[in-house]
Design a protein around this ligand. Structure first.
Ligand code: AMP
Ligand code: MG
Length: 347
């Protein structure tokens, strides 16, 4: 990939990626409060904007090419920032090309099927980006921490007991491998929040009347299971980060930084797919030329045959787009230089 942005983004997100096959212990391996030392909050908005612009452009190409689909799985503990991340990171993309699905406690109908059924129904089509706000990973997280939820899944005895979580990891990995092989990229993001930051965010929800609706007493009760969740997340990351669908652990205590990270992973994914606008073949080009002639012949008296051509030329001269692109590239170059400096000083 000749694009300089791909290299830059790859470097930036590399420390967030869970190496397939590695054994993760969250508390030891990932700091929820991490923010790259060379990035300042005041630069955050500009960098996020750059990511949003890439997403907008590449989502349009993805849709036009209609070959690849992208599934983004967002996992976090309560108050981890999933909703806000989706709102900010996806703010530039065409709503027609994106579908967000939120997964709650399963319904009776859903419990009457295998545990992946409801997720399969919400998969993106080709050309689409599907965002799972919570995902099939709930089936090895909340269901593991609360065995009574497993009771409700009506499984045959042989499907439970020893080895069942290892089996679910394998089944999930196989499912994602199948999707990847068939043109659907699976991007998995875990927003990693600290216990103290969660406490503060809960208190904010209680202190601000307009945030009260977001608070549920059940969320606070779940804090009792904090250590169980950390263990379940660690085990999940250790077993389901694969070459075809790696996990990214996003430091989530600083929202502005988490959003930059998420948008970088998504921008990287799309740049890596590198979707292209379909090229029209020669026969179709002849067709288009003929249609153009017909339309030009219909010009009313005194009107230009093709006013659109003049507009396009004016747009090009205006150079708005390229000026923005140039500024973006310069910004990226600066970040890149800082990255190199930071890498040297830690080496
Ligand atoms: P929220 O995302 O805050 O609206 O909450 C959704 C709730 O649904 C959370 O408490 C999740 O733990 C719960 N949930 C999501 N998926 C499942 C599942 N597969 N089984 C049981 N509970 C789930
Ligand atoms: Mg909730």
């Amino acid at each position: 990939m000749p694009d300089e942005r791909v290299k830059l983004l790859a470097e930036f997100i590399e420390p967030l990626r869970v190496e397939p096959g590695s054994k993760v212990k969250l508390a030891r391996d990932f700091d929820p409060g991490y923010k790259a030392s060379f990035l300042k909050k005041k630069d955050g908005a500009a960098i996020l904007q750059a990511g949003v612009a890439v997403l907008a452009e590449y989502q349009a190409r993805l849709a036009a090419q209609d070959t690849w689909g992208v599934l983004v799985c967002l996992q976090a503990l309560d108050a981890g920032g999933k909703d806000g991340t989706i709102r900010h990171v996806m703010s530039g993309v065409n709503p027609q090309g994106v579908r967000v699905s939120s997964f709650k406690v399963p319904s009776a109908e859903e419990l009457d099927h295998d545990y992946l059924w409801r997720y399969a129904q919400r998969l993106p089509g080709r050309g689409e980006i599907g965002v799972f706000n919570r995902s099939h990973y709930e089936e090895v997280l909340v269901v593991r921490v609360h065995p009574e939820l497993l009771d409700r899944q009506k499984l045959p005895a042989a499907a439970r007991g020893k080895g069942m979580w290892a089996r679910r990891y394998r089944e999930i990995n196989d499912w994602e491998h199948f999707l990847a092989d068939n043109g659907f990229k699976v991007v998995k993001l875990f927003l990693n929040l600290s216990k103290e930051e969660q406490r503060i965010r809960f208190l904010r929800r209680l202190d601000l009347p307009e945030k009260n609706w977001k608070f549920s007493a059940a969320d606070a009760r779940e804090r009792k299971y904090w250590d169980d969740y950390q263990a379940a997340f660690s085990d999940m990351l250790s077993h389901t980060s694969t070459e075809w669908a790696p996990w990214y652990v996003i430091p989530a205590d600083h929202k502005w930084f988490a959003r930059i990270c998420v948008s970088s992973v998504l921008a990287y994914t799309l740049l890596d797919i590198d979707p292209r606008y379909p090229v029209v073949d020669a026969a179709r080009q002849d067709d288009l030329a003929q249609t153009k002639e017909l339309l030009e012949a219909e010009a009313p008296k005194g009107a230009a045959a093709d006013p659109a051509r003049a507009e396009i030329a004016a747009d090009k001269q205006d150079g708005q787009e390229s000026k923005r692109a140039r500024k973006q590239r310069e910004r990226m170059k600066k970040v890149r230089a800082e990255l190199a400096k930071a890498a040297k000083s830690t080496a």
